[in-house]
Design a binder for this molecule. Structure first.
Ligand code: MN
Length: 726
């Protein structure tokens, strides 16, 4: 087991001026907090943070990152709090430990393979500092190294997760050694048979060929030294089981058919020596065509640089060679950590701009093609700032743009869920649908059976999918509302000309109307956006409209009038009266109502007239605007109605109806059955197919009025009903 003093010695080796007090303090704090907790292996828990810290010393991390490693499980697993860590270690370390805590909580969420890419992004979004990711990777590496002690089912799940998420993340951060080790450890649990087979064969091979590796190393070293290259290091090794397995799979080869199981690395002093070394090697041994790659002049996205070639070696076996400088090697091994980015006392004259541009490239590689933020401040990973990642209650990850709402979330899960969404719980609490979601939120959508999305949602949502679906659903609802009406109008218009209307007839002439959908046309007629006679003309271009426009039809009290015609009958205006059942008035006050009336249940105000009388207005009345700058004329009044009330009150309705015989009779008889008095009717033909009826009626109260409006709306000759205010 790693000991605290060994850890300190390791740090001091690469950073002699390291803050030892900080390391000791972090160690003591973590040890006290973890107390008697044990690992599954039976070791004291503190051994884990110590090992994680030790892994990070291999990457030469600074002492605050090492301290974070020691503290990384304290908030999640002990009584430690962010505030306490801030107080002891400062808020930078506090923030990093909290970042690790957040990522650890994400571990609890169940995952699916196809979500791996999203999850990697989520990690990057949550871990807004590279150091959090480095500590997390070291944490995972140690957990994988000790995975044997976990339950078998857990071993498999954790291994799959490591293979899908952490190993590629390490690779993209440029840490090849860590990636390989994570892959091999996972492989061992995911596919134990294949792992064991390959491992056994590799062991056989290395037993047989121990001398071979050494002799190739010697031969390469001698070749390069004799040509005057200095400080050359050569190292050969057998490849790892997982990378061999991968190659066997992708090329459909058996182990015996695998030709390049050995890899040799040549490390030289300077860049130009790489190409010279390559020349000498190719001169001595035959190269395998098409296996040469120059990653020095064309670095990989994560900054990796090297020359790759394959040669047919001394014993006619294929040998893979990597040739690179020491600096390139450090980048290949340690990736992001290879840079003195987080270390104080950056080397004088060090090319900072280059470090940052390398760093930026690495970030771009992490983002895999997604456009990264323009500016990166020091270690801040301002990545995916334009996205939020949320979860369904079952743990499915949903990626959304920034500022997304629960409505966007619902539509992202399924259009049907969006259409029927009526509410949302965010992290278990009911929240308004306009709430902006945050990273890691768990969102549960409350649905109803019949809801149509309100058109206003279109202004709330941020995703195109939600917007399109809302528009579609709104359009469908409007179409449904108006299609019955439109169909009736068309039927009637066609019948009057001795023709028969049908959807099929209409379908054949859609192009003449510049439309593509039969239902759209019918709804457009219902909404008075298209006249029925235009449709008739489209179907029968030669037909002459012989419609008789004005023909009194006394039997139903209704006349069909040309556009612009009007008629009205009106009772005289009511005189001012007293004893109106209102509170807030002197009983003797003379009261009038606004021309459109007011009924009990309306919110009302009084306006004092010049003669001392009071005019009562519903609060919605546009007529009130003229008094806005005369507040002293406004009187606060309320209805004073009880069950003994025997007075009716005036209200005005605007009813948009089909312009056809029988309509008025149906409206008036409907109103009569509701015990409502009609005081006046005025009507205008506003279009060939429609008429606007304005009615003043006397009702007991708002409830009766609302009932009247609903009954009228239910008539199939009625398009719309609105309360009107003067
Ligand atoms: Mn841990």
């Amino acid at each position: 087991m790693m000991r605290q003093y060994e850890l300190v010695e390791r740090v001091q080796k690469y950073k002699p001026d390291a803050d030892i007090a900080l390391l000791n303090k972090a160690y003591v704090y973590a040890m006290q907090k973890h107390g008697r907790q044990k690992r599954a292996s039976g070791d004291p828990y503190i051994s884990h943070p110590l090992e994680v810290a030790a892994i990070l010393t291999e990457l030469h991390m600074d002492e605050s990152t090492i301290a974070v490693a020691l503290l990384h499980d304290t908030i999640e697993d002990t009584s430690a709090t962010r505030a306490e860590i801030d107080a002891f270690f400062g808020d930078e370390i506090g923030a990093l430990v909290e970042g690790l805590t957040k990522i650890k909580r994400l571990d609890l969420v169940s995952r699916k393979a196809q979500q791996a890419e999203n999850l990697r992004k989520l990690f990057l979004a949550v871990a807004d500092d590279v150091r959090v990711l480095l500590v997390k990777l070291a944490d995972r590496l140690h957990n994988m190294r000790t995975l044997y002690y976990m339950r078998a089912d857990k071993r498999r799940r954790i291994s799959e997760e490591t293979m899908e998420i952490y190993a590629p993340l390490a690779g993209r951060m440029g840490m090849q050694d860590m990636r390989e080790e994570l892959e091999d450890l996972s492989f061992q649990y995911i596919n134990p048979e294949a792992y064991q087979t390959i491992k056994d064969k590799l062991e056989d091979l290395s037993g047989q060929n121990k001398a071979l590796v050494k002799s190739i190393e010697d031969e390469l070293r001698a070749l390069l030294t004799e040509h005057g290259l200095e400080g050359v290091k050569v190292k050969g090794r057998l490849k790892k089981p997982f990378s061999i397995f991968n190659k066997m799979q992708s090329k459909s080869l058996s182990f015996e058919q695998m030709s390049d199981l050995y890899g040799f690395r040549i490390i030289v002093d300077e860049l130009e020596s790489c190409y010279r070394a390559l020349g000498f090697v190719h001169t001595r041994w035959r190269m395998v065509p098409e296996r040469f790659k120059d990653y020095i002049s064309n670095p990989k996205q994560n900054g990796y640089q090297s020359l790759h070639t394959t040669i047919v070696g001394p014993l006619r076996q294929r040998i893979e060679l990597q040739i690179r400088t020491r600096a390139m090697h450090d980048v290949a091994e340690y990736g992001i950590a290879a840079h003195s980015l987080y270390k104080e006392g950056r080397k004088a004259g060090g090319d900072e701009t280059n470090v940052f541009s390398w760093f930026r490239k690495t970030i771009e590689a992490l983002a895999e093609g997604d456009s990264p933020e323009e500016f990166l401040e020091h270690t801040k990973l301002e990545l995916f700032q334009d996205q939020v990642f949320c979860f369904t209650p079952k743990g499915q990850l949903i990626a959304l743009p920034k500022d997304a709402t629960p409505i966007d979330f619902a539509y992202a899960v399924h259009t049907n869920i969006g259409d029927t969404c009526v509410g949302a719980k965010v992290n278990g609490r009911m929240m308004p649908l306009v709430t902006r979601l945050n990273n890691g939120d768990e969102v549960e959508i409350i649905r109803s059976g019949v809801q149509v999305p309100p058109p206003a949602w279109e202004g709330i949502v941020v995703t195109g999918k939600a917007r399109a679906a809302i528009r579609r659903a709104t359009r469908a609802a409007i179409r449904k509302q108006y299609s019955g009406l439109g169909y009736r109008i068309l039927e009637r218009t066609f019948a009057r000309s001795g023709k028969t209307f049908s959807r099929e007839v209409l379908a054949s002439v859609l192009h003449r109307l510049g439309q593509s959908d039969v239902e759209d046309v019918i709804a457009a007629v219902g909404r008075n956006e298209l006249s029925s006679s235009d449709v008739l003309k489209a179907v029968f271009p030669d037909h002459k409209d012989e419609r008789v426009t004005i023909k009194p039809s006394p039997e139903d009290g209704w006349v069909s009038l040309p556009k612009g015609a009007g008629m009205a009958f009106r009772l005289p205006e009511g005189e001012g009266e007293t004893g109106v059942p209102l509170r807030g008035l002197n009983g003797a006050a003379i009261v009038r109502f606004s021309p459109s009336g007011a009924v009990p249940g309306d919110r009302i105000v009084g306006i004092t007239e010049d003669d001392g009388s009071i005019t009562v207005y519903p609060i919605q009345s546009p007529g009130l605007q003229q008094y806005e700058d005369q507040p002293d004329r406004w009187i606060d009044i309320r209805w004073d109605i009880d069950s003994t009330n025997d007075k009716r009150f005036l209200a005005r309705l605007g009813v948009n109806v089909l312009n056809e015989p029988g309509t008025l009779a149906r409206i008036t008889s409907t109103i009569a059955t509701l015990d409502v008095n009609i005081r006046s009717i005025r009507m205008d033909v506003i279009a060939e197919d429609f008429a606007e009826v304005e009615m003043d009626m006397e009702v007991w109260d708002l409830r009766q009025l609302t009932q009247t409006i609903n009954q009228l709306k239910a008539l199939d000759c009625v398009a719309t009903v609105k309360r009107e205010f003067a």
